[in-house]
Ligand binder design. Structure first.
Ligand SMILES: NC(=O)C1=CN([C@@H]2O[C@H](COP(=O)(O)OP(=O)(O)OC[C@H]3O[C@@H](n4cnc5c(N)ncnc54)[C@H](OP(=O)(O)O)[C@@H]3O)[C@@H](O)[C@H]2O)C=CC1
Ligand SMILES: CC(C)(CO)C(=O)C(=O)O
Length: 318
């Protein structure tokens, strides 16, 4: 098996890492999947990444049908609406890798196209948008981790993806513990993205404030209790997955980036998912419930719900 065509669905901060890495590869076709105004914009402007503009092909889902590898890098809120496109792209042999955060994008995609197409994966990159396009630091980026959910782990498709990434700038590794790796990344996101998003400060806050560390630890204890109840042993990845990419203390992870940009976040796939699982398993989740509601309220604040300027009617504290 050899991967000769790659389609990226979601040419944003994470999709840019794949586009950047594969653009110089001469023996593949690389396209981004887009329609309508988004497709026109991508055709006209290309993808601006680390100060350079790349021009991957722009394919409709029909044009991308039966691509060898589809990489999905959408925000959680866009996934449901893109399932029809994902179905149109998926051919008999298409392998799908979701680089989305959270623990359920694979399951959602698999329900639509069949789990056999999905090669579980995650990405560790700190990528963000600036005025001149997307930026990340290639040398310190840990990159893409992927693997079969069960043996044989050195499958044809794992070897094909390794061969695809081998002579590119993309950092990657395959693993026999992909489920545990995904949960470790989930833990990193829940414990590091969320408290800093409420505080509105860089990740140095966990090093510099015992209070921020205490909140992060509280979220972690709840997540570990859920993982344990589900039989996920995150210690299996301790030697390989201890920490994320090196970042400065000012780093703002994706949840805070979303709030900074006035957008809705992916809190439903972080604390939202944990609160739901906690209820199913009978595990109390006070830190995650509080965090869930606070971030939802910050989204409401961004939407202008608490803009009381010029509203004179009185309200009472109870
Ligand atoms: N940012 C980061 O450093 C990291 C993010 N992640 C995770 O990766 C995922 C993607 O995040 P990120 O890259 O930051 O998000 P972005 O918002 O930067 O990128 C999402 C992209 O998807 C595009 N898009 C939305 N709907 C469609 C559609 N129907 N068809 C085609 N394209 C579509 C958007 O286009 P448009 O802009 O035109 O709307 C946008 O370019 C998230 O789950 C995130 O948590 C994981 C690791 C690190
Ligand atoms: C924590 C980080 C940067 C790791 O890749 C990430 O996933 C995010 O910003 O959401």
């Amino acid at each position: 098996m050899k991967i000769k065509s790659v389609a990226v669905l979601g040419a944003g901060a994470v999709g840019s890492y794949v586009i950047w890495g594969l653009s110089e590869k001469s023996d593949i076709r690389l396209g981004v999947i887009a329609e309508g105004e988004r497709a026109e914009r991508l055709k006209k402007n290309g993808c601006a990444i680390n100060g350079k503009t790349y021009h991957p092909e722009v394919w409709t889902p029909d044009e991308a049908h039966d691509v060898d590898l589809m990489v999905i890098a959408l925000k959680y809120g866009s996934l449901e609406g893109a399932l029809e496109s994902i179905q149109k792209v998926t051919g008999e042999h298409t392998v799908i890798m979701s680089l989305m955060n959270g623990i359920d994008s694979e399951e959602i995609i698999g329900r639509t196209v069949g789990m056999e197409h999905v090669l579980p994966a995650l990405i560790k990159v700190a990528s963000h948008k600036e005025e001149d396009g997307y930026h990340f630091d290639p040398p310190t980026t840990l990159g893409i981790i992927f693997g079969e959910p069960s043996a044989p782990f050195d499958s044809e498709r794992v070897k094909a993806v390794e061969e695809l990434f081998a002579d590119t700038g993309i950092h990657f590794r395959s693993t026999e513990y992909i489920q545990e790796e995904i949960w470790c990344k989930f833990c990193l996101n829940v414990c590091s993205n969320l408290p800093q998003a409420i505080l509105g400060a860089g990740v140095g806050c966990y090093r510099d404030s015992v209070h921020m560390k205490a909140i992060s630890d509280g979220l972690k204890r709840e997540l570990e209790a859920v993982a344990q109840a589900k039989g996920i042993d995150m210690s299996k990845t301790e030697s390989s997955s201890g920490r994320g990419s090196a970042v400065p203390p000012s780093a703002r992870y994706s949840t805070l980036q979303d709030l900074d940009a006035g957008c809705h976040t992916e809190i439903d796939m972080f604390s939202g998912a944990l609160v739901r699982m906690g209820k199913e398993l009978g595990i109390p989740m006070p830190y995650n419930e509080y965090t869930y509601h606070m971030i939802k309220a910050l989204e409401e604040k961004n939407d202008g719900k608490f803009d009381y300027t010029g509203k004179e009617e009185l309200t009472w504290s109870k």
